[in-house]
Design a protein around this ligand. Structure first.
Ligand SMILES: [Zn+2]
Length: 248
């Protein structure tokens, strides 16, 4: 069944206001940096919502977490500046522990969606097979739930005034249905990743960038361009009781 005939996939590049949810500083750049730079170039207002400051993103021992969290906030702000600039909202949830706070997180996600009234939201795909990081699964699910609950006045009443559901673009999806040409902005994606110095020092950083570049070239072939980023784009209709959504 070709669901797209009756339920078209929205055009991500038509977004006017994007709320880009990130479990940790750097996820938005890894998954969507080239697309975010293009959207900003084309006049879209981009607001980042970073659920944790990534204070556990080190293999060192000791009590360096507060310092690392502050450093990663600065790195995140610098990275978005490189992509074109925008507001960054940091939430103080503890890194790696979003699932312990799932209920409060869900309310916060809905509140920020209703407050900013985006036409698109972005998040990591929580249905990625083998995704082992709980923060990515929990935040992705919370954003998807926020999309379907946004218009219901009796749901999450403590989370603001209901709005029409925004569309959603998942990055890091195993079943992408949209490829965005990022040939012109891929250099800025890499520069934004380099701004996350605490995470992407050699040798891991350059290896990741090589990996992302090779994949962008592969995705680019699908639409006949040099480099592309993949997304699973959906409406709220896809996100509830829809057996065909995963393959649409
Ligand atoms: Zn992450």
């Amino acid at each position: 069944m070709d669901l797209s005939a009756i339920l078209p996939i929205p055009d991500l590049m038509k977004a006017k206001r994007l709320l880009a949810f990130s479990p940790h500083p750097d996820d938005n750049e890894v998954g969507a940096g080239g697309t975010i730079a293009r959207l900003i170039n084309e006049g879209c207002e981009v607001i980042y919502v970073v659920a944790t400051v990534g204070q556990a993103g080190t293999e060192e021992t000791g009590d360096a977490s507060k310092e690392l969290g502050n450093l990663r906030k600065q790195e995140q702000e610098q990275a978005l500046k490189i992509l074109g600039g925008g507001e960054v909202i940091f939430w103080p949830y503890p890194d790696t522990m979003l699932r312990v706070h799932e209920s409060a997180l869900q309310t916060d996600v809905l509140r920020v969606i209703r407050e900013y009234r985006p036409d698109f939201v972005m998040a990591p795909d929580p249905w990625l097979p083998y995704e082992a990081h709980p923060d990515h699964r929990v935040l992705g699910h919370a954003v998807a739930t926020g999309v379907i609950m946004a218009p219901f006045s009796l749901a999450f009443q403590q989370a603001g005034t209901p709005i029409s559901s925004p569309n959603i673009a998942f990055y890091g999806s195993a079943w992408p249905n949209t490829y965005i040409d990022v040939s012109g902005t891929f250099d800025r994606k890499l520069a934004a990743l380099e701004a996350h110095k605490s995470q992407f020092a050699p040798p891991g950083g350059p290896q990741l960038m090589m990996y992302l570049t090779l994949h962008a070239q592969e995705y680019g072939k699908k639409i006949g361009v040099e480099k592309a980023e993949p997304f699973k784009v959906m409406t709220h209709h896809h996100l509830h009781f829809n057996a065909y959504a995963w393959q649409s």
